[in-house]
Design a protein around this ligand. Sequence first.
Ligand code: MAN
Length: 537
Amino acid sequence: MVGKASLSCILAAVLLVSPALSSNVKGVAPEKQALYQVSGNTWTCLDKSKTIPASAINDDYCDCPDGSDEPGTSACPNSVFYCENKGHIPSYIKSYRVNDGVCDPECCDGSDESSGLIKCDNICKEVGIQYRKHKAEMDAVLTSGVSTKKEWIEYGKSKMAELQIEKAKLEEQIAIMRTELGALEKIEEVAREKEQAARDSAAPVTVVKTDSKCPPCKVSSDSAAFKISSLRNHIKTLQEEVDELLTILHDMKRDHNQNYHDMAVKTAISGYDEFLVDYDIIKTERQEDVDEENIVEQADDAQEEEQDFTNEVVEEDTDPVVKEAAQGNVVSRITSAFVTKLEKLLPAKVKEALPSILLNVDEAERLQQAASKASDAVREKRNDIGTKENDLNGVNGKLNKDYGRDLEWMKLENECFEKDEGEYVYSICIFGGAHQKSNRDGANTNLGSFEGYTGSADNSSPEYYNKQLYSRGTKCWNGPERSVKAVFECGAKTEILEVTEPEKCEYQFKMRSPAVCPLIATKGEDETEARVIHEEL
Ligand code: MAN
């Protein structure tokens, strides 16, 4: 306050205080002391709005609109007070906290309370020791977190590069497989057409040896089983006819008039006797040959042998045309095995008709099998393409996922973390889901699935990746679907520090992770500069 004292008195006062004013004005940082240098006995407010007597500085009366004349008192509400805090870190507090009867922790040297209202000890030494210890620990965490984060970034980069290569490989494989599929579809189409044409023209094939005594030998199916069955029936018929003839001869031998020398009868009877000697042997052999199990067994052997042959060929050569050829070969070899077997069993008349019967049947069967092999190959190729496409979708999903500014989150994908909070064990799997498991009954409640980052609205700001939202969990009774906000701070490892439920069924996971450690150095802040961190000034 500019008093009414005489000019000489003011001058004397200024001369007395001016060395103090210019060297150490209370509440002013050393680097700003120069601003309080007086010229003559006046001083100009820092906003240059007013010139006041030098004695008005810190006189507990607010003269300057910007409050700059009262840095060491609480007179100006818009002023700030500097605490030197020797032994710790200097600090500023708002002026209204000066001489308010409270020892402010920010001014550990007690300099904010000099009015005598309260005595504040200087505890800066102890505070400084504790602070430096804590800071050293935090620096170690930061150093470790940053180094882990850098490793994760490298991991993310190389994983992404691998995925790009895998993507290109899968795309190329799928393109080749599609071309192969096209060729296989063509083969299938042709095979089906041939098969259909054979069916149309072969309906039902009847081969009859009209000049033979053999009853009509019908083949009206394209299956080998059918052929065997019809030939067996035919043999049975022949056998019955032979037996009937033998009965006639037997009766004739028994009943003929032996006194009547009919040469024809005698020749027939002697031929019958000769035949009977060999007949039992022939009959037994034939029965063995016709026996169904024998035929099936031998046919199976032939088929097994052919299957081995096919496997060799098909495995070694993926060319579908070769495959098809191999399958065709099997058909014809199986058929020829049947033919050999059947030939042994057949009467001569039937044998004569056999080649033409089998020719038609074999062809139809071969075509049908070739067509079904072609369809199998098409189906198999489509399945293989489907599998590759799924793989490609997975790879693309990862390539398009937001793993952070520098891919630092990729390493944590599907990593899970737990925290026992007494009543419940809470868990979270990064990019997966969050759960709440009751320690009482083991009930596991879904708290939500990863939705995105919510650290800030702007995804280019560093804070954006510091929060994650897990949503659409199990609906709360009479409330919303459960959800989790995971809030991360820098740490040497990823962990859940604390879980709270600030609103019903809305959970907050306080977490640490190297993923959010700042890459720009925050260490070694200039401790000679006062921190204005405790309050918004
Ligand atoms: C369960 C838990 C709690 C939740 C209530 C809501 O007890 O999921 O966290 O608050 O349900 O009814």
